[in-house]
Write a protein that binds this ligand. Structure first.
Ligand SMILES: C[S@@+](CC[C@H](N)C(=O)[O-])C[C@H]1O[C@@H](n2cnc3c(N)ncnc32)[C@H](O)[C@@H]1O
Length: 255
């Protein structure tokens, strides 16, 4: 039996996680396998199960593994409206994750040739819808993660700007390496090659947090201070984890 891990990259077995826009569910299965449990995990796809099984035959084995590890699997979850989904409504998550958001492929027939047309605005709409909905499912220490390519043309989507417009701000960008997630097969997810992987190339995980103005007014100054110090100050981080001192803000600034 494989040894269970507490963490894999940015994700810990204690995190309450919502995974969105899944392809063959291999990313969720990778995390669940590493943690030896998926009881804190809700993993979702836009497609219904029947369509998904046609698009990604390998999903079956991943469902079986995830279900054995107590993962909640939901289908037909649209990232624009997930905050109003009957099962997810009024729930918050430590991590909300969307890997390689994409609106699908659109085709044009020209001179008897089929061409894929690039519609960045449609992809931006998916990403912005995700941020808007995720914003309502996060509290002060929580993060929404989007992993996407940082090369042309995806770098033109202005993901950070879309997040800002939705009330989130970038906390950190971390280079993404697919080999950090054993068993994960990123999928095109649409068109007649939906089950194929695509080369990830230059790629990052972008971690977003609630913009300071989006944090509910009832949040105390100490809680906000803790959040920022926890995130940005490596010396205070271990101390904060231990004490979560009520007067941390005062102590830190020696006031
Ligand atoms: C390039 S695929 C990536 C699939 C998967 N996340 C992966 O990493 O293998 C893009 C995915 O975005 C999903 N998607 C597109 N629009 C969506 C929406 N409005 N809500 C949820 N998922 C969506 C598609 O169903 C598709 O699976």
């Amino acid at each position: 039996m494989e040894e269970e891990q507490e963490c894999i990259m940015h994700y810990s077995r204690s995190h309450k996680m919502l995974l969105v826009g899944k392809g063959d569910f291999s990313f969720s299965a990778c995390l669940a396998r590493a943690f030896g449990s998926a009881k804190n995990m809700v993993s979702t796809s836009l497609d219904c199960r029947k369509t998904l099984m046609v698009k990604h035959p390998t999903a079956k084995a991943n469902f079986e593994e995830l279900e054995k590890l107590s993962c909640t699997i939901l289908h037909e979850v649209d990232c624009h409206t997930m905050n109003n989904h009957p099962f997810l409504k009024s729930t918050t998550f430590d991590r909300i994750i969307f890997n390689f958001p994409h609106a699908g492929f659109h085709y044009r027939h020209e001179h008897e040739q089929e061409q894929i047309i690039c519609l960045p605005r449609l992809h931006q709409k998916v990403v912005k819808g995700f941020f808007r909905s995720a914003r309502d499912m996060l509290t002060t220490n929580d993060e929404a993660h989007v992993t996407h390519k940082t090369s042309h043309p995806v770098n033109k989507w202005e993901v950070e700007k879309l997040a800002n417009e939705a009330g989130l701000c970038l906390a950190k960008e971390v280079e993404f390496q697919i080999q950090d997630y054993p068993g994960y097969h990123n999928k095109r997810g649409d068109g007649n090659r939906s089950d194929e992987s695509f080369p990830v190339g230059m790629c990052s995980t972008f971690k977003f947090i609630l913009h300071i103005q989006t944090i509910p007014a009832c949040t105390s100054l100490d809680a906000v201070a803790c959040m920022w110090l926890d995130r940005y100050d490596p010396i205070w981080k271990p101390k904060l984890r231990k004490t979560r001192s009520k007067h941390i803000f005062k102590e830190y600034f020696e006031i």
